[in-house]
Ligand binder design. Sequence first.
Ligand SMILES: [Zn+2]
Length: 332
Amino acid sequence: MESPSQSQETFEFRCERCGSLLRVTPETIVAICNYCGHPAALHGTVSLDRIFMVPSKSREVILEAFNRRLEKDADMRRIRHQVQVFNIEGLYYPFWTAEVSMRGHAIYIRYEHRGSGKKARLERRRYEEDFNLSLPMGIMARRQALTFGLSDLLDYYRASSPQENRLLDIGEEDWRRGAHLNLLAPEFDEVEATNRLAEDAVDAVREEYKRKGQELEFFSAQIERVSKVKLILLPLWRVTYAFRGSLFQIIHAGWDGKPIVATEPILMFRRLLYVLGSLLACFIGGFGAILLERGYTEFGLIIFGLSVVMGFGLGRRLTADIRIEGRRRIWA
Ligand SMILES: [Zn+2]
């Protein structure tokens, strides 16, 4: 054996079913053959019979869905002739999902208004609750930072519950007939996934109790069990398009082509609309102030209050839209 190839051979695996070379990195825990779909467990705990896959539509179907949205969406229709598709890429992402059951106890404080008029007062109330919950949880099975659109993909998967096939049941022929998308290999195993999903579930419930009151006095939760653990491969398509020299992205769900989230150009007329709205709010506010001065107290206060709410809302949209560069969740 010559030395140069030795280090490479360490990570060279061949598919048990078709003999193709498997693409493997040191982090890969399951290698899934790109040519026939057969999985091979490399290390860690993974039950091969609990790996599922959602079939993907073809590139043509995704492009159709993209074009349909250009025609239908009010904002996009205005600019559709200046939009040029730059790249369409489909990829399978692995997710661990499970149902996490827990029991626990929480004590939280709320300050509530009691009575009215001169008797109105703020009352501190203490709430004590036992909970017994079962939460559907999911996490991407890779160590990279969360890519744009992945959490939306997972949410949409839950909402639309598409048809899914057990990987071991997909024959070689069926695999070759399907859309040829590259697969990203999962990088952590069932044991780690179970722990992480349980932690995430406890965090989610704690956050929920924090929202319920102004103070969280006590919180404890015990995991009863983590069930229905599975590894699911979800197809995601990323359409990149150019508009006036900038690139934008729309994420489509692979199983039905639905556009789920997008970064979009903030169009000038929309910005203008917000600015005009804010100016109008100032004007109404001024009108309210005049009414107040002339003794129309109640009416003046209502008008003034309205202008504050309006101005605040519009101002926030104006700055929020610019800051997130027009990230827009499309499905609802
Ligand atoms: Zn194979």
